[in-house]
Write a protein of this length. Structure first.
Length: 68
């Protein structure tokens, strides 16, 4: 009985560690990809420029991304 509990806890910990690693990788991939001016306007975004800063694309879903 005790061995099953230890194995169950180890399996649960491994599963959670695997899920958090997958979540971190997918979050990194989706965090902030750079897009071009053409891609921004094609996606319905608006190009905004700030003094002494790079241009950004404000997309309709409320996110902003740097323009390359």
């Amino acid at each position: 009985m005790r061995m099953r509990r230890i194995l169950g806890l180890a399996l649960a910990a491994a599963t959670l560690a695997g899920m958090s690693a997958v979540g971190a990788v997918s979050a990194e991939a989706a965090s902030s990809p750079n897009i071009t001016r053409d891609e921004c306007t094609a996606a319905g975004g608006q190009i905004t420029s700030r003094p002494y800063a790079s241009e950004t694309c404000a997309l309709p879903d409320g996110t902003t991304q740097p323009i390359t």
